[in-house]
Design a protein around this ligand. Structure first.
Ligand code: SF4
Ligand code: SF4
Length: 383
């Protein structure tokens, strides 16, 4: 499965599921805000097995993303969940910080997990490189490619003009002959779960240089896929503060592994009028449309950047009952369902590059679609 196909599913409600296997991680990246340590919490293998086992051929996500912390601290569980998902047609992907790859080698039990999934991604940025050398990550990624598993890199930098990013993306293109697409994002205090698949819920103004317009419709594709957090809570999005904070805002809570199966979580996500509106027009537009006096929530229009306020305004929606009531009134019925579907179809039609661009990928967005040189007869998969 190519990265662009995976990202292309991102706006489709319940086409994917982000599954946190553990909050533990042996690395200590400076920018990690999941508080990942060697002792972090886990949802529990039995609950994860039960939840993935509740997928059916008729009711399942297209893709399950195994994440953390570091999911490869539980390689047997990762392989088992991927195999279970595959029995009903769900594909899988896994994102790793590559803790095992300092010397470029991949231990056998980790390799078995990597070859059990349909796509493998490595995180790489200036903070990760202090923990695991780039050369070791590259050697390991060559081995994964040679095993026939599509790979990608998830990179972060300070912005699209970051010289570190320019150098790293150029080196990856050379090293892997464009067979390793990249998802590039700005460094912000995010952990692993929030970094998956178009990484941030930061929605950029589509017009270059345009400032945030709180009244403008800016759909949040990040509200499309349920996220299983480290404690088994199931949320509507991967915003790190929502994933880590408790209690979870009511409109962003979809259930818990202890009591819910996939069908229940999917039903809640698809039927929620507030989530439909967040996916269709975004939280800033909801404030502009329904807040008392027609004012946008101050937090939803932070000067110079739509980013922090966009999500903080969303998390505070329950403090504004008139906004929730307006969204519920307008998006509860068949029309709300239809708008949700049309919004997803429009974003899907725009393609993965545009989606990544809108969610903060900037000029590096096109790297998500790299697919390598055309295969020549008899060529192997090596560089
Ligand atoms: S950023 Fe990722 S690899 Fe680094 S410590 Fe956090 S979870 Fe581990
Ligand atoms: S907090 Fe709201 S706007 Fe931010 S990613 Fe989650 S659903 Fe989207």
């Amino acid at each position: 499965m190519h990265l662009s196909e995976l990202v292309g599913l991102r706006p489709v409600p319940c086409a994917g599921l982000l599954l946190t296997l553990t909050r533990r991680c042996p690395l200590s990246c400076a920018h990690c805000s999941t508080s990942s340590t060697r002792e972090g919490e886990e949802p529990g293998a039995a609950r994860l097995r039960r939840f993935v086992g509740s997928f059916t051929a008729e009711d399942r996500p297209e893709l399950v993303m195994l994440t953390g912390g570091e999911p490869l601290l539980l390689p047997e569980l990762a392989a088992e969940l991927a195999a279970t998902a595959r029995t009903v047609g769900t594909r899988s992907a896994l994102l790793s910080g590559m803790f095992f790859a300092r010397d470029g080698r991949i231990p056998d039990r980790i390799m078995r997990a990597i070859t059990a999934v349909d796509h493998f991604s490595a995180s790489l940025d200036v903070h990760h490189e202090r923990e695991v050398p780039r050369a070791g990550v590259f050697r390991a990624m060559h081995r994964v490619l040679d095993a026939g598993i599509p790979v990608s890199f998830h990179l972060t930098g300070t912005g699209e003009d970051d010289p570190y990013l320019a150098g790293l993306t150029a080196e990856i293109r050379r090293e892997f002959a464009d067979r390793a697409p990249m998802l590039v994002n700005r460094v912000r205090p995010l952990g692993r779960a929030a970094s998956w698949a178009a990484a941030s819920a930061v929605v950029s103004a589509a017009r270059p240089g345009a400032g945030p317009d709180p009244g403008r419709a800016l759909p949040c594709a990040m509200a499309a896929w349920p996220v299983v957090a480290f404690d088994g809570t199931v949320l509507a999005c991967c915003n790190q503060q929502a994933v880590d904070g408790r209690p979870v805002p009511e409109h962003l809570r979809l259930g818990h592994l202890a009591e819910d199966d996939w069908a229940a979580v999917r039903r809640r996500s698809l039927a929620s009028p507030v989530l439909r509106m967040i996916r269709t027009v975004g939280p800033s537009h909801l404030y502009a449309r329904y807040a008392a006096g027609g004012c946008a929530d101050p937090g939803s229009a932070a000067p110079g950047s739509a980013a922090p306020g966009y999500c903080s305004g969303c998390r505070r929606l329950s403090d504004h009952p008139e906004v929730v009531a307006g969204a519920t009134r307008d998006a509860s019925g068949a029309l709300g369902e239809l708008l949700d579907q049309l919004s997803a179809a429009r974003q899907t039609a725009a393609g993965p590059v545009e989606l990544v661009r809108r969610h903060g990928g900037g000029r590096h967005a096109a790297l998500v679609a790299l697919s390598g040189p055309p295969p020549s007869p008899g060529s192997g998969s090596g560089p």
